[in-house]
Design a binder for this molecule. Structure first.
Ligand SMILES: [Zn+2]
Length: 143
C-alpha cells in the first residue's frame, strides 16, 4: 500500500455508486463486495456491489449453458474462480477492458431484471462509457 507505482488500491477512492445492501442478519455486506473502477488523475472512480447481488444479476443475464465459452469473460471468471475472481488476482485490482464490460451489458437487453439489477447495469454502463470516452483504464477487485 505504500508504493506510488501501484495503480489501484493505493489511489484515492471516489465512490460513484455504492450499490451494496446490508445483510439482514449482521447489518453489513458480510458476503463480500466487488469494486469496479476507472483510474483517472490518481483517483479511483468506483462502483461497489455486494457479491450476492452480482450473482443474482449474472443469473438473470445468462440463459446459456453454465460453462459455455460464449459466457462473457467477467461472468465466467466469477463462476469458475479464475481471472479477476481467482486466488491469484492482484490485490490492487485486475485490469479489465471496456469491451469486457460491454459484452456483459449486451445481455441486459431483453433480460428480466429487477430494479436493483437494472441499477447495477446502469452504473456499470455509466462507468464503462466514462472510461471509454476518457481512455481511463478499468479495474475490478473483490473482497
Ligand atoms: Zn451477515
Amino acid at each position: 500500500m505504500t508504493s506510488a507505482n501501484r495503480t489501484g488500491a493505493a489511489a484515492d477512492l471516489a465512490m460513484v455508486s455504492d450499490l451494496t445492501s446490508p445483510c439482514h442478519v449482521c447489518g453489513i455486506a458480510c458476503s463480500g463486495t466487488v469494486l469496479i473502477w476507472l483510474l483517472r488523475a490518481g483517483v479511483r472512480r468506483a462502483i461497489r456491489v455486494d457479491r450476492p447481488a452480482l450473482e443474482e444479476l449474472f443469473a438473470a443475464l445468462w440463459r446459456g449453458e453454465p460453462r459455455s465459452d460464449a459466457m462473457p469473460a467477467l461472468m465466467r471468471d466469477y463462476f469458475e474462480g479464475t481471472g479477476w475472481f481467482g486466488a491469484e488476482a492482484p490485490p490492487d485490482g485486475t485490469p479489465i477492458t471496456y469491451e469486457a464490460v460491454a459484452a456483459l451489458l449486451a445481455l441486459a437487453d431483453g433480460a428480466a431484471l429487477d430494479e436493483h439489477a437494472r441499477g447495477v447495469c446502469a452504473a456499470l454502463r455509466g462507468l464503462a462509457a466514462d472510461a471509454d470516452a476518457t481512455a481511463a483504464p478499468l479495474f475490478i477487485y473483490y473482497d
